[in-house]
Design a protein around this ligand. Sequence first.
Ligand code: SF4
Length: 85
Amino acid sequence: MMRFTSGPTSLAVLATYQCTAACKECCFECSPKSTQRLSLPEIYQTIDQTSAFPSLRLVVFSGGECFLLGKELVSAVGYAHNIRN
Ligand code: SF4
């Protein structure tokens, strides 16, 4: 029997529009020159808001190149793990 969820199952956090590449096809126009990014408190706040959706099972970090956040990305992943488990 197929089960249907009644809400979102994933959250995509576009943590930064900065990227090591600058692809012509990029839908967000990301590039090394872009400095737009979410602060760590903004990422935490976004993750906190998912408590309204018990159906949510997955938090995805993307951008841009989210690995440019360095240790802050590690902190954000840990926060998402702890709040959802
Ligand atoms: S986010 Fe992806 S598509 Fe956009 S510039 Fe970076 S690598 Fe290219």
